[in-house]
Design a binder for this molecule. Structure first.
Ligand code: ARG
Length: 569
């Protein structure tokens, strides 16, 4: 057998339903009553509604036909219609072990690969001259994980950090530097970290300065040489610091483009818009209507150019799409940003639709929620500002060191791996669209749904395999020895479902939660089944094979979540 087990049952069910003339494409799910069965089919309920028949009668008919058509398969030990209309499937040991052996021997655990596509993923999105803070964390973590999952499925994936490098903050910082007589060569990250908050505060109080800063930004965009020289240096200094943080997070980009790189493509975008007569004058600005009659909420027009001639966030995003299509002609472009940018992306994608771009390129906005503090409000430092990422790393490291005196003996490299694991697993276990509370103490513990728990489990099992000098050559036999053993095997069978689901929904949380459940099963298995002194050679071999397969799965899943493995804990 070379298939996900649910697909395998679905294929058989399709034939059964056809034979019975039932109009339904069957969907089989992992049982939510594992004490009763392994997989279940609930389609009788919708059929019952449609055909005005009793659901239990339908499930009985399907079951009877299934048994008739597949009477001699050795895959199920039980197929049963249960009131009020469920159909329950229980797999045979032979079936379970056959799939496990196939997973063990195949590349990437035998998942089915989709047709290869070129996909651009735009995440990170930091703004230069501003320090990275907690608000930038999720885009980096979630984006990196989605990128790795897409690559795992064989796609050609190009990642772009898409720096915010041509916005108002640049004009503000240039003004601040000039007014303090700081020359270009003297610019350092410390100076930038000081000037930006000062200027952004000043601009909030003083409209005159704000106008000057806006003008500097506009002149910079129009090519003013002095400002360009400042810009190049600011981008270099700030870019180096951003890179340092991403390196720490093991987050990597193929392209370090920014809004400024899109400027040469603005004309191309404008020509295309003009050719389709999409641009409209409105109070001096150039806009595009993107509302549709079926919209439930009013969607304002997309602004291409402001009345003072300035371009906006949307303009550079549109121009960037032209750039990306010319350079890579991708089938998909994905954006990982804060959910609150939802409307911006709806407008942008609508413009692409009107331009006919969406015929060959699909767009997805993958939004995420907020990182909150213990009070349930957006995470803040004692000073009331969003903590810089450096501060968050330090806080997490301290929490981990305090959680167990033994942790202080870990080397620095391993400690940094743990800090990453704590932060990333805390984040990725939550559906990206939900807010979550970051509690460094709770997530540092080796007990509970945490990064350290997963890593500890992995190292514990990997240790056993090393001690036993295990080399994987044999296949699993047909035996399953006890309940926890069977539960572990069934959890491994769920891998493909979890992977496929996280791939299609772009939700790394599915994988994170699967990984946690696998570790819970593994620990239960290990505590109940002592391997070291086993005399039954066949049993010992089977169990080592199982542990080895589990270790390989954990390793790959951790990689997909962007989490590295320490040498020891
Ligand atoms: N710099 C933007 C921000 O801080 C995020 C950029 C996201 N990417 C994009 N193509 N718009 O919100």
């Amino acid at each position: 057998m070379k298939k996900v087990i649910s697909t395998f049952i679905e294929e058989k069910l399709t034939k059964v339903l056809e034979k019975l003339n039932y109009p339904l494409k069957p969907k089989v799910i992992i049982s939510n009553r594992k004490d009763l069965c392994d997989y279940q089919f609930d389609g009788a309920f919708s059929l019952a509604k449609e055909l005005h028949e009793n659901p239990f009668n339908i499930s009985e008919k399907i079951t009877a036909e299934f048994q008739k058509m597949y009477a001699n398969t050795s895959f199920f030990t039980k197929i049963e219609a249960v009131r009020p209309g469920f159909i329950n499937f229980t797999l045979s040991d032979t079936c379970i072990n056959e799939i496990l052996n196939h997973m063990k021997e195949s590349d990437k655990f035998a998942i089915t690969m989709p047709a290869k596509e070129t996909i651009i993923i735009d995440y990170g999105g930091p703004n230069i001259a501003k320090p990275l803070h907690v608000g930038h964390l999720r885009s980096a973590i979630v984006g990196e994980s989605i990128k790795r999952i897409l690559k795992y499925y064989g796609h050609e994936v190009i990642s772009d950090v898409h720096l915010g490098d041509y916005g108002l903050q640049i004009g503000q910082v240039i003004y601040g530097l000039k007014s303090e007589n700081i020359s270009i060569n003297d610019i350092t990250i410390e100076i930038l970290d000081r000037i930006y908050p000062k200027m952004s505060g000043l601009c909030k109080e003083n409209d005159e300065i704000k106008t000057i800063c806006a003008q500097i930004t506009k002149d910079l965009q129009d090519g003013n040489q002095e400002y360009q020289a400042y810009f190049v240096k600011i981008r270099e200094v700030s870019g180096r610091d951003i890179l340092r943080i991403y390196d720490y997070l093991d987050v990597h980009f193929d392209l370090w483009y920014g809004e400024s790189n899109a400027y040469p493509y603005i004309d191309k975008a404008k020509q295309a818009l003009e050719a389709k007569k999409l641009l409209k004058q409105s109070e001096g600005a150039l806009i595009i209507d993107v509302a549709k009659s079926e919209d439930s909420k009013e969607l304002p027009p997309f602004i291409f150019q402001k009345s003072n001639g300035a371009y906006l966030y949307g303009t550079t995003d549109l121009a960037t799409i032209f750039e990306r299509i010319i350079d890579y002609n991708p089938q998909k472009i994905l954006y990982v940003t804060d959910l609150r940018q939802g409307m911006h992306f709806t407008q942008l994608f609508r413009v692409c639709e009107k331009l006919g771009i969406t015929k060959s390129t699909n767009f997805e906005h993958l939004g995420f929620g907020t990182v909150n503090g213990l009070d349930g409000k957006p995470y803040k430092t004692r000073a009331g500002t969003a903590p810089k990422l450096d501060e968050l790393f330090t806080e997490t490291k301290e929490a981990f060191l305090n959680s167990n005196p033994k942790n202080t003996s870990m080397d620095n490299e391993d400690l940094d791996i743990l800090v990453n694991a704590i932060i990333k697993f805390a984040d990725l276990q939550n559906n990206r669209e939900k807010d979550y509370i970051f509690d460094s103490k709770k997530f540092s513990s080796v007990i509970g749904k945490t990064g350290p728990y997963i890593l500890y489990t992995y190292l514990r099992i990997a240790n056993i395999l090393t001690k036993e000098n295990y080399i994987s050559t044999n296949k699993l036999t047909n035996t399953i020895y006890n309940n926890v053993d069977r539960e572990l095997r069934m959890k491994i069978l769920e891998l493909e479902n979890a992977l496929n689901y996280s791939y299609t929904t772009r939700l790394p949380s599915i994988l994170a939660n699967y990984l946690y459940e696998l570790c819970v099963n593994l620990n239960a298995f290990y505590e109940n089944n002592h391997i070291n002194n086993l005399e039954d050679v066949k049993k010992k071999e089977d169990w080592l094979i199982l542990l080895d397969l589990s270790c390989k799965i954990i390793k790959d899943m951790l990689y997909l979540l962007g989490i590295n493995i320490p040498k020891k804990m």
